[in-house]
Design a protein around this ligand. Sequence first.
Ligand SMILES: Nc1nc2c(ncn2[C@@H]2O[C@H](COP(=O)(O)OP(=O)(O)OP(=O)(O)O)[C@@H](O)[C@H]2O)c(=O)[nH]1
Ligand SMILES: [Mg+2]
Length: 389
Amino acid sequence: MAAVRPLRPMPQPINTAEISERRGRFEAPEISLIVPTYNERANVALVVEKVATALAGLRWEIIFVDDNSPDGTASAVRAMGAADARIRCIRRVGRRGLAGACIEGMLASQAPFVGVMDADLQHDETALVPMLEALRDGEFDVAIGSRYVGDGSADDGFTKTRLGASKLATTLTHRMLGIQVSDPMSGFFMLRRDIVDQVAGDLAHEGFKILADILASARGDLRVKDVPYGFRARQHGESKLDSQVAIDFLGLLISKATHNIMPVRFASFLLVGALGVGVHLCVLKAGLSLADMSFSRAQIIATLVAMTTNFWLNNRLTYSDSRLKGLAAVRGLGVFYLICAVGALSNIGVATWLYSSQAHASWWVAGFFGSVIGAVWNYALSSTLVWKR
Ligand SMILES: Nc1nc2c(ncn2[C@@H]2O[C@H](COP(=O)(O)OP(=O)(O)OP(=O)(O)O)[C@@H](O)[C@H]2O)c(=O)[nH]1
Ligand SMILES: [Mg+2]
């Protein structure tokens, strides 16, 4: 039998020794520290200074991943990189998101160990060496900077409300994802680079909680070392934490609890939809009781208000990375009304058929599947026609 001719010439094995001989010797770093930034110009030089002191004598690099900050963070980083090749900047244009930025930074690393740290100096850089030591001898896969174990504390960095929210999020993560680490909400951690390669395809790019996602995606297979540290107050600039982070987090929990069957964005879309049902009922009640309207008039107004609220919330939260503004938002709202109207018709059509004498489904099965069809339709078409993803 004739040998199959390869479509492309077979690649020659890479001779790394020859390459370093030809180009001069540059040893790869042992650790890459990924620092996501958005409007952190005033902090980046301080981060480099503190990290350089903490990691003195080690082979390190810092990769800042900046989402095109309007304050010029990326150019500040590049200016530092011009004088020190250990400082690099990935500038992402037209995209936003802390988790996505961390994933890209980690995948751009050449080092066997990658760490993630915020740019606002809330994380204590002196914990980096103990983290690295925990990983080096192979006893642990992940080292987590923890505020809730041993000498760790969150007192300086959190208000009482923020501490309460962080503890609630931790409990939800423990219960829903079965992750039993002390601080799964931590944005300060280090792990082996090859673990990132293994789970990268399962990680959600939306949201803030990349560590919880990595632990959930590895399905409990990682050996974790807690490294206590004191969480500090933000040095300069403003927090980027807002209501979108909360909805992204709930979306992530639902997505991971369903083993990625439900995408994070769809989970957020459903959460917004659930809020819309609440809005609908409140407006309906107000129309009937306060304005003395007929049921059908109150129902029409409630439907329009709920659809408009849903559009606004989805535009701010679910699709914040492709948010529509001005005329594009008005056009988007019109298309959203149309999609929802067809979604409602398909919901009613499917449910009625299931409940009919041909299909014999019980009322709740018919109602449930009708709603699922309507929700999937609304999501699929909104994603492609309104927010054009
Ligand atoms: N690349 C990128 N970085 C981001 C984005 N949002 C936040 N960051 C960075 O992520 C880090 C954490 O953000 P913070 O706003 O400090 O959030 P936090 O620490 O959870 O909240 P605070 O305790 O209120 O500071 C900071 O270095 C931010 O600059 C984003 O959309 N893209
Ligand atoms: Mg912060």
